[in-house]
Each structure stands twice: as structure tokens, then as C-alpha cells.
Write a protein that binds this ligand. Sequence first.
Ligand code: WT7
Length: 654
Amino acid sequence: MSSQIDHVFDETRVFPPSPEFAAAAVAQPEIYSEAATDREAFWAEQARELHWHTPFTQVLDWTTPPFAKWFADGELNVAYNCLDRHVEAGDGDRVALLWEGEPGDERRITYAELTDEVKRLANVLEGLGVGHGDRVAIYLPMIPEAVASMLAVARIGAIHSVVFGGFSADSLRSRIDDAGAKVVITADGGYRKGKASPLKPTVDQALADRGEGEQNTVEHVLVVKRCENEIDWDDERDVWYHDAVSAASDAHDAQAFPAENPLFILYTSGTTGKPKGILHTSGGYLTQASYTHRVVFDLKPETDVYWCTADIGWVTGHSYVAYGPLANGATQVMYEGTPETPQQGRWWDIIQKYGVTTLYTAPTAIRSFMKLGREIPQRYDLSSLRLLGSVGEPINPEAWIWYRDVIGGGSAPIVDTWWQTETGAIMASPLPGITATKPGSAQVALPGISIDVVDDDGNSVGVGGGGLLAITQPWPSMLRGIWGDPERFVETYWEKFATHGYYFAGDGARFDEDGDLWLLGRVDDVMNVSGHRLSTAEIESALVAHEATAEAAVVGASDETTGQAVVAFVIIKESYLKAHSPEGLALQLRGWVGEQIGPIARPRDVYIVGELPKTRSGKIMRRLLRDVAEGREVGDTTTLADTAVMSVISAQVK
Ligand code: WT7
């Protein structure tokens, strides 16, 4: 990543919005001064864009930090805000989802139809015994039922935990168990890369083989029929989604729940082996998800066709496929499959076909399209695009410029949005009609958000110097905790800057002379691969769970396409080598990690080595391994217990 960062520091190009774009933009320059004058009044005004069954009188309660309450005495129903409200306002015929399956099948679902589906599904879930505060796991492909499931769970005041469909049975099982889910909603399968990729068998596996003392909390599995793949069936536990939904009543009143009612848990990797269940609540979350979706994407709900390519298994899919766009009454494209199926221009074909105006995607996707060449997008009419977004990792200036020129026709503004699973919604980004954009910079804290770059003690480093990104004031969509682990919540995010009361994001950052923010990557043992967070510790523990492995160390090495790539250094047990040939072992370990965690965690390279570089206190020096993985001269080795070890490793890797 360092070459990329050096490059970023030389970047001086600036792209102001066109006068036409600026004049018609949803957010006008006063928004910054309004928010700065009275932050809480500003947020209250954003919150009042929603429908409150019981209006709030308090805005922020920060009396017991870091446990914030926003709009705490107000009551609302999240699903009502995303659905019924639009139907009641006369927009029931507006298309909510322009869905396209990978094989080419299509569904257009209006707000009225989606409301009807969600009401029925809410009745189904209640019929299965799901009530207020219960957890429902969702393990689905990118099909309309995924969005409907999230909203139906929200509608009845239950809590969803969406698990990305690419996660393994083990990963799914630990998430189901940690949350104590009562119901799992899944599908027989989903289409990926031209074939049905099964999901229900993974759920079956996750729920099977409970050891002594392990409790299975799941009572029912609701199964969407999407593919024709054969699946096993448990008559007592399993229910066909469409049978249940069509038999259910379409009448369901949205009950009001307190603003701080939990809305969802979403697991993300941390610095230890165990993923953290990030908890978000209702009123503040929906306020910030919808506000940011409106101002950052300059949303004109009557005319825009918005497309966020994220999977609902990630936070981007929660805030910018499900909640933000639907709360704002947007029309959006949802696509089931992979970008290269059945041909490499699939995304551009979709943009042309639906007249997409706003595209929100990740730098890793842009870089893989760059590699394929501009001839592919140039075959399509992309002139409907008027705004482009980027998320998940720093975007290198080359990719930024390519995105603007080739996809955005040289004129569409790019919003590079910095945020995290924990922040719930966008925190820093240009505003497209106001900010003169700079390739590679996430630029400015949004109105209502306070970000600083600080040193290890929480003191501002000012302009030019590198430091740590801190969020200095609570924000409405902030995480409210880690499910079942309040101590870890305090320790992970708040202890670092306890004297200042700031939130520690785990990212390095720097302000330039104009006060624009540049993100410099994670400062902890968390990797960012294709915009997804992976923990070195989690992959190391998967590797040592293999019978061949004695020890393992994992690093994130810079990668041209994926930003970072997983590189593993593994020591094999002598006893294993006595009985087995080491041939093919690296490949086998790679596959093993894929099975244990999911294909996204599969190391790009596995190096079998004799030793690992350790300090005298036994800590693995990952910095040195990163040097090797990135093919650099190995850095300072003086603190190693055995300074010769690095030359041995370098030789073994070659
Ligand atoms: C981490 C959060 C936010 C949804 C997707 C990822 C990195 C995210 C940017 C950006 C530079 C970025 C950070 C952050 N990140 N967006 N625009 N520029 N870095 O969510 O899995 O919670 O990961 O992604 O390192 O901490 P996540």
C-alpha cells in the first residue's frame, strides 16, 4: 500500500462541480454552517424527515458515555418509514426495486407491492413465534426477499443478523449462536458465475452436529425457492417462504417502537479471532442512513435510478441498499450475480438498460474493470450516469480518474465515502454539488459529524502530519455496542482516547493544507481485502486448526486489484511431515481457510517456512513479513530474538 500512498501525496488535481449540478443539488453550501451553529438542532431536523409515531423531545443523551441515546423518547417503526409511508403519500406505484437475476430474469417491485410482501412476511414471522427483541438470521442471495426479510424483521421490532452468503457453515454457525437466533431465513440457492450456488445445505450444516452443552436456538428455517437445486428438508423445522407468505394475511399494523430499539446486529472482523456483533438501533440509525443517502447521492427520488452494488451481507448493503434508499423512496437496481457473468460488460449493460443515474461501488471493482480495458464499458451507453460513489478502501488516483472519465463521461462527480460498519452510515465524503473533489481523498466530515486526526494521546496533529482518525462527537448512527460484550465495546473503541472521550476508528489519516482528509489504511491487525474487513488473527486460527500446521502468521500485502491480499506464512509440524509429503500442502491450506471462514478469506499466497520472525518477548513481527510478501527489502530486524531468521524466510519464499 505504501507506493499507493506516496502517490496520493503528490495528487493535486481538483474537480469542482459544474454550475448546473451545483445549482440543482439537494445539499447547498449553507448546510455546513447550519450544522456547525447547532449540531443537535441540525440532527433533530434530519430526524424529523422521518415519520415518528411519537415525536421525540430529546435529541442526544450522552450522560453515560460511550453509551449514547438519540431521540430516546421518540417512537417510530423503521419498516413503516421505508414502505407504508410512501404508499400513504401516493407513491405506491413507484418502483422500489428493479431487480435483475444473474440468469437474466427480472422483477419490478413497486413500493405498494413491497409493502404488501413485508406485511405478509411480518405475519409469517410472528406466526413462527418471533417477537419483539428476538433475533433472526438472514442468509440469502441478492434477491428481493432479502430486503423484504430485513424490513419484516424490523417491522415487528425483532433484530436481524444478516450473514453474507459467501460465509462458511462454521462462520454462519458462530454468528447464529452468538446472537441466539430463533429463525433463519435462507434460500435453496442463488445464482453465481452462471450456476446455482447452494445455501440451504450450509444452513443445515451450521445447525447440525451440536456438541455437548451447545444449544441450538433455531426453531425454524424459512426457505426461499430461488434455484432448482435439490435440498434436504426437515418437516418440523423448515418452512417454504412463498407458501407461508401467500397464505398469510396482508394486514399488518406497524407498531411503534422506541428510537433505541435494536434494529440489527452485523458481524465484522476485529483484531482477535472472534468477530464482533456490531449493534445498531432504530431512530438515529435511520436518520443518518437516510440523510446521508439524500445529500451524498444528491437523491432526486422521482427521477433517479440508483444502484449500489454491495451485497446486503455487508453494512453498505444495509444502509445503502435497504434502509437509506427505501426510507427516501428511491428507485433502485438490485442485481443478484457476479459482474463478469455471462459476459464482462454485465454491469454496463444493466446501467444502460435501466438508465442508472447513480452508481455506488468499491475501488476493487473499478480496478478489475480497468484491467479488462475501457473497450468493454465503451460499448455501452452510460450517459444516464450523473453521480458516482466509492466505498470500502482508499481509492487510488488512477482508479478515480478512470472511473470519472470512462464510466462517468468525464463529468460525473465522484463521492469517496469513508465510514465503517460501526459508524452505520457515511461520515466523511465530498458533497457532490458543493465540494471540489480531489482524486483519492474522502475530503470532509459531513455536516453534523466531527472528525479529527490525532496522535496516540488524542491530541490534534494539525495539517500535514499523519495520525489516527478520531471521531470527536457522538453521531446518530453510531454503534450502540458489541452484542453480548459491553467490555469489548469500551475497550476496542473508547479506551484509546478515554481522556478526550473520542471514538477510535482504527484508521490512519492525514489532513492536507486545505483541510481535506486522506485515509491511509488500518493501523491494527485488520486487513482490507476488496473492501472487506478480515482479521489476521481469525485466519491464523483457521490455519492452525489444520492438522499440518504448527504455527501461522498472516499479513495483508498490497495487491493491485484487491487493495490488500491475504498472505500466510506457515510452519508445518515435523510429525506431519514424517507421515505426509509437503507437496500441494500450500494449496490445500488455502482451500482449508476458504472452507473454515469463506472464500473471501482464502490467502492469495501460502508460504511454508521453517521459522517466524519474533521479538524477544515472542511477538510476531508482521511488518517484516509484509516486507517479504510485498517483495521489498526487509526492514529493521534489530529487535528480533534471532536476527538471521529473515534471510532464511526470504530464501524459503523465493
Ligand atoms: C474500514 C471499514 C464502510 C462500508 C464498507 C467497509 C476502510 C471504508 C473507505 C474510504 C478509505 C475506507 C477503512 C474503514 N474504508 N471506506 N472511502 N477510504 N478507507 O466497512 O468492513 O466496516 O470497513 O474500511 O479502513 O475503517 P467495514
